[in-house]
Write a protein that binds this ligand. Structure first.
Ligand code: ADP
Length: 503
């Protein structure tokens, strides 16, 4: 009798395994952290063997802790840090270099070259992305051009390259299965998101042979099985972390949106089966889609400094002991007293895209104190999210002319979503209902749901919605006029920080 689904959540700093039961309740969790390497300024690496070993340890520990027999697990779903690239030798399984992590900026020069050569529009149309070192494509080119022996291995059919999902599945299945899913592929800058295939034009621009890349499959189907503690368990779901969270929050229709408040914020809005390009600086990417369904899409935007601004107040300014204290201090004042904090520490992302902007605090008076600053920092997280939401709604109005598909409810998860005041601010500034995920592990739940659907553990999306439960809701409590005034003040502060950077 199959009673459980196991999600493997391979994140940037740790690998976790989470066992869910049929009601999508968490039965057991295990987590193993692994090291990061920073060999040069702006470079970020991980050891592929660390990733696999820690993921495998988390998997077995989670099963052991739960007291469940591996026979009772219906399937495994995988969600992973996106864009990170791993390259290995087919015959030995030996990685030929460290994993190049999504944050790594080493391919900035390759990106500038692509821009100069005028490939920007082609890349945007095919992949929905902007040229940036963040995505996997230029990282793969870097490996082929710079790692000793890589090109020769590629020429002899001995090189395999993939994102973390691909690596984990290849390892788990003992080299039998070499696949990725459409969500991970859509973040490589090599995949035509309209067809769901590797794009020959892009492969040729970057000099990447198709033979080194995995097959692109849906996010929910049986890819293969692996032997685990005496049982053969199907691997049946794959999705990049943000798309998994969207699925885990049951955002299945156009206009359904989720925001994850972590170090940064990731806002994704479902656009149904329409892969529309943004007129407002957002990315178009693929939503987790089950086998046999037409592909579905999302608009994505990210705030670089989200919860990190609270960590900054804690670590650099010692204003608080713990991130959660921010709520207590911010609640000691009714408002920020006219103070705005713009945490543009490394520029501003969507929808502004100003890499030169730097952070600022404006509106200070002799009466401004620590509580005002902390409150302004929390507000800044909500204002930045509102700016992205506003851009998304503008795009949605264009994509669905005549139909109202704008976001009316924002589902939220991530570490900082525990902060009630922040969620109330979000609801006030955006004028929408903000709903906290009932499941504290939305990302892992998404991977579990995808795997569960593929093996018939859960029937359909409707059943998933009935499982998800209702999280706490926050409704707007300020007038439209107050909201407009506050947003006006925020936009003046953003202008101020950009003007400062211009000089
Ligand atoms: P990540 O997965 O990106 O590492 P988490 O989802 O664990 O991040 O969230 C951690 C971030 O959220 C930290 O930057 C922290 O400062 C912030 N954070 C955590 N709890 C709170 C809170 N209660 N209020 C405000 N910020 C918080």
């Amino acid at each position: 009798m199959k009673k459980y689904i196991l999600a493997l959540d391979e994140g940037t700093t740790s690998a976790r395994a989470i066992l869910f039961d049929k009601e999508s309740r968490i039965v057991a969790v295990a987590q193993h952290e692994f090291p990061q390497f920073y060999p040069h300024a702006g470079w970020v690496e991980q050891d592929p063997m660390d990733i696999y070993a820690n993921q495998y340890a988390a998997l077995t520990e989670c099963i052991a802790k739960s007291g469940v027999s591996a026979e009772e697990i219906a399937a495994v779903g995988i969600t992973n840090q996106r864009e990170t690239v791993i390259a290995w030798e087919r015959s030995t399984g030996r990685p030929i270099c460290r994993a190049i992590v999504w944050q790594c900026r080493r391919t900035a020069a390759i990106c500038e070259e692509l821009e100069r050569a005028g490939h920007g529009e082609y890349i945007r149309e095919r992949t929905g992305l902007r040229i940036d070192p963040y995505f996997s494509g230029t990282k793969i080119k870097w490996i082929l051009d710079n790692v000793e022996g890589a090109a020769a291995l590629a020429a002899s059919g001995e090189l395999m390259v993939g994102t973390v999902d691909t690596w984990l599945i290849w390892k788990l299945t003992d080299g039998k299965v070499f696949v990725t899913d459409c969500t991970n592929a859509s973040r490589t800058m090599l995949c035509n998101i309209h067809t769901g295939e590797w794009d020959d034009g892009l492969l040729s621009i970057l000099g990447i042979p198709r033979s080194i890349l995995p097959e692109i499959r849906s996010s929910s189907e049986v890819y293969g099985t692996f032997e685990c503690m005496g049982a053969n368990i199907p691997i049946a779901g794959i999705a990049g972390d943000q798309q998994a969270a969207l699925f885990g929050q049951c955002c299945f229709e156009a206009g359904d949106a989720k925001n994850t408040y972590g170090t940064g914020c990731f806002l994704l809005t479902h656009t149904g089966e329409r892969a529309a390009l943004s007129d407002h600086g957002l990315l178009t990417t693929v939503a987790a889609t089950e086998a046999g369904r037409p592909m579905e899409y999302v608009l994505e935007g990210s705030v670089f400094v989200g919860g990190a601004v609270i960590r900054w107040l804690r670590d650099e300014w010692k204003m608080i002991h713990e991130a959660k204290d921010s709520e207590y201090f911010a609640n000691k004042v009714l408002d920020t007293g006219g103070v705005y904090l713009v945490p543009a520490f490394s520029g501003l992302g969507a929808p502004i895209w100003d890499m030169h902007a730097r952070g600022t605090i404006v509106g200070l008076t002799a009466g401004s104190n620590k509580n005002h600053i902390i409150r302004a920092a929390l507000e800044a997280i909500a204002y930045q999210t509102e700016d992205m939401l506003c851009a998304m709604n503008a795009d949605l109005r264009g994509i669905y002319e005549g139909e109202d598909k704008t976001v009316s409810c924002l589902r939220v998860d991530g570490g900082a979503s525990a902060n009630d005041l922040l969620l109330q601010m979000q609801s006030d500034f955006s004028g929408v209902t903000v709903k906290r995920s009932a499941n504290s592990e939305a990302t892992a739940a998404g991977a579990a749901y995808l795997a569960g659907l593929a093996v018939g553990f859960w029937r359909d999306r409707e059943e998933l919605k009935s499982l998800a439960g209702e999280g706490e809701s926050f409704l707007p409590q300020i007038s439209k006029l107050t909201r407009a005034e506050k947003l006006k003040g925020w936009h003046r502060a953003v202008r101020a920080c950009r003007t400062f950077a211009e000089e």
